[in-house]
Write a protein that binds this ligand. Structure first.
Ligand code: UN1
Length: 521
């Protein structure tokens, strides 16, 4: 779809309920499957604009926290309803702006609906406890209090589902939000912000700022310094996560971090190989390998390595790649920069490696065609799937995330070795094992250091109400989704209420009943 400059929408920020007029440079958000299709033009904010948004959030937050939680839950219900009634339009936009196949976009938008469904009920729970006191005429309680203002910075690969994991529980718990979506998916960000605003959120409770990384970092620093941000949430690379964590740490804050992964998929000798092939195909090459949960390396027991690789290579060769509006395994990479980065990672393939199957690597073009490609590869940023066999510790391919359709395979002899290989790079987001032996499955789950593990399912595809997050280089232990994220978006307050009319000192005025501790049977 070619777009002329006159009919391209120019997006704006949303600050304190105002659609702030675009100032500064505009950049194009381009459809990665059709580089002539400009989805939107987006203004990039200065650091000061980011601070303005944080100020608007800070001002709006107490009023929002004063709204009873069940009523806030109704707003979450309305957001869910609006997302549901716009599901197809939102999914088309996700595919157009980010390039994932339409079926996956429908799944992603469903994940937002699921998140709203879960948290609207939390509005009627948000339970605290009543706790017995050690003295009489005194009651103890715990309450969840909102953290305050959250600054949320998200990535392009899940432009609406992952933001919803932060924003929906944060709002439900009575926080205000400044959201900075990826510059590569601003139109999806704009659409989701518009939906949330129409669902009844008071002005300033949700603010949207489009900005590049440098201005976001500077704006975040200034907003933290001014006391306008109480919690940072970040999804993206480990390197940027480390910088954000250091910044937040200076203000004694613990951010929510969802970082990279090098997610291992282990195929045991007793595995159902066809099932493992299906899981490896989706985990390794679904979304063109651009999920945080994408499979990084497949570790195959040496007894089944050759057979697994034969079947897996055939499945990859037969997979349909191309136009993401059609029924394909994957579409283009999110942006040209991602394609160029993937091409540079091909240098990681060394002499001791074997590229399995088709030797075409790099960009899919007329000169390097792909069998069965749907559409014209020259239209977008399409990459060949690459399987590299013979990966071992010490290789870049062993240790580094590829975030593209470039996947390693290696072998192991004993489960302990597989676990060591699966942990050795220090990432710890997702993981999977294919086996029919419960002992093997539980030994793996126990030994792997990962926030998520699957048995006989892919590394990708976590359900929206289970804890999501990683260990080591994949995060700082924070978890999103389900009840677990509530600990990130609220703080526990304990209340002790003494109605005895005198000062009862804990530990000192507590009765001790006599016990005969010398008693023996
Ligand atoms: C991500 O890549 O950041 O488990 C999120 C999955 C999806 C979410 C991935 N439900 O693959």
């Amino acid at each position: 779809m070619a777009t002329t400059s006159s009919d391209v929408r120019v997006l704006s920020h949303l600050i304190g309920g105002d659609r702030a007029a675009p100032a500064g440079d505009l950049i194009d958000s381009v459809n990665p499957a059709d580089r002539t299709d400009v989805v939107a033009r987006v203004p990039l904010a200065s650091a000061e604009t980011f601070v303005d948004a944080a100020r608007a959030a800070k001002a709006a937050q107490p009023g929002w926290a004063a709204v009873p939680a069940p009523v806030r839950g109704q707003v979450i219900a309305a957001i869910g309803q609006l997302v549901r009634s716009n599901k197809e339009a939102l999914s088309r936009l996700v595919t157009r702006e980010m390039g994932k196949p339409y079926a996956e976009s429908l799944g992603e938008v469903q994940e937002v609906i699921d998140t709203c469904d879960f948290f609207l009920g939390e509005g009627r729970r948000l339970y605290g406890q009543t706790v017995p006191s050690e003295v009489g005429d005194k009651q103890l309680f715990t309450f969840r209090r909102p953290v305050g203002t959250l600054a949320i910075v998200t990535a392009a690969n899940f432009p609406i589902a992952v933001p919803s994991w932060y924003i929906i529980p944060a709002l439900l718990a009575g926080n205000a939000v400044v959201w900075k979506p990826s510059e590569m998916t601003p139109a999806v960000g704009d659409a989701f912000a518009e939906i949330m605003s129409r669902a009844g959120l008071p002005h300033g409770v949700l603010n949207l700022v489009h900005a590049n990384g440098v201005n976001t970092y500077d704006g975040l620093g200034a907003a933290l310094e001014a006391g306008l941000v109480d919690k940072v949430g970040f999804t993206g690379s480990t390197e940027v996560g480390r910088a954000i964590s250091e910044l937040a740490g200076r203000f004694l804050q613990t951010p929510i971090l969802e970082l990279g992964g090098k997610n291992p998929l282990v195929v045991a000798a007793d595995a159902d190989l066809d099932l493992a092939v299906e899981g490896a195909l989706f985990g390794g090459f679904g979304t063109a390998g651009q999920r945080c949960t994408s499979t990084g390396t497949i570790w195959v027991h040496q007894d089944v390595h050759d057979e697994f690789l034969r079947r897996f290579t055939a499945a990859v060769e037969n997979a349909v790649i191309g136009d993401p509006t059609q029924d394909v395994l994957y579409g283009p990479l999110i942006a040209e920069a991602y394609l160029r980065r993937y091409e540079s990672y091909l240098d990681w393939i060394g002499d001791h490696h074997t590229v399995s199957g088709s030797t075409s690597t790099g960009q899919i073009t007329a000169d390097a065609p792909r069998k069965g490609f749907v559409g014209d590869p020259a239209d977008g940023f399409y990459a060949h799937p690459v399987i590299v066999d013979g990966v071992r510790p010490g290789d870049d391919l062993y240790a580094k995330e590829t975030f593209g359709p470039l996947l390693g395979v290696g072998t192991y002899q004993h489960l302990d070795e597989a676990i060591e290989l699966a942990n050795g790079h220090g990432y710890g987001l997702s993981s999977a094992i294919y086996t029919n032996d419960p002992k093997t499955a539980f030994a793996f789950a126990n030994g792997i250091s990962a926030g998520m593990t699957s048995v006989n399912n892919s590394t990708s595809g976590a359900e929206a109400h289970l804890p999501f997050g990683g260990n080591g280089l994949s995060g700082n232990g924070s978890r999103q989704s389900g009840i677990w994220v509530l600990d990130a978006v609220t703080r526990w307050q304990s209340l002790n209420w003494d109605y005895s009319g005198r000062l009862q000192k804990a530990q000192m005025d507590t009765a001790v009943l006599p016990a005969d501790l010398d008693f023996r049977l």
